[in-house]
Design a protein around this ligand. Structure first.
Ligand code: IMP
Ligand code: MG
Length: 177
């Protein structure tokens, strides 16, 4: 697996520092709110599991799964809900936890769907942002790191469902995608 990686962009230690800062900021901002952290499967599971432990206030968690990419590295433009939330989100301060904001189509769609369900508020927390690639007008309220327009894997992010278990963020060699 390691041999497929061209370079390491962020080490475990660097990621952990970024996640701690996000957790501290979220804990401060949501201290009097009714926080529900929603992880968008599967890419955000590693981030979610670290971020929720960096949050020091009471919160609940839930999961959604959507498909947007298939096995390609470009957005298909079609977003399908594969798994919906388990609960009614009215009255909750929803924080959508995403691995990476790329074209923005996935989160744009999810925001529309969730807004219609009358949460108390809804915000986005993304670990990575690729601003150059944005196709729709959407921004993250909480953002870990801006990354260049390269295909990254690890820490939950996949290429064709592989590499999610790498503990760091790496760039795949060109002949691997
Ligand atoms: P968007 O709808 O184009 O913003 O796509 C967001 C989704 O695309 C993310 O949740 C990832 O699953 C996937 N994605 C975008 N860029 C990358 C990347 O560099 N590596 C791995 N997955 C990516
Ligand atoms: Mg994803």
């Amino acid at each position: 697996m390691k041999n497929d990686i061209k370079k390491v962009l962020y080490s475990e230690k660097e990621l952990s520092e970024v996640v701690s800062e996000l957790g501290a900021q979220i804990s401060e901002d949501y201290k009097d709110r009714n926080l529900l952290m929603v992880s968008v499967l599967k890419g955000s599971i590693v981030f979610m599991s670290d971020l929720m432990r960096a949050v020091t206030i009471p919160c609940e968690i839930d999961f959604m799964a959507v498909s947007s990419y298939g096995n390609k590295t470009k957005s298909s433009g079609t977003v399908r809900i594969l798994k919906d939330l388990d609960r009614d989100i009215s009255g909750y301060d929803v924080l959508l936890v995403e691995d990476i904001l790329d074209s923005g189509k996935t989160l744009n769609y999810l925001m529309d769907v969730l807004y219609a369900r009358n949460p108390a508020s809804i915000r986005i927390c993304t670990l990575f942002d690729k601003p150059e690639r944005r196709e729709v007008d959407i921004f993250a309220d909480y953002k870990g790191l801006s990354v260049p327009d390269e295909f990254i894997v690890g820490y939950g992010l996949d290429f064709a469902e592989k590499y999610r278990n790498l503990p760091y963020i790496g760039v795949l060699k060109d002949d691997k995608h």
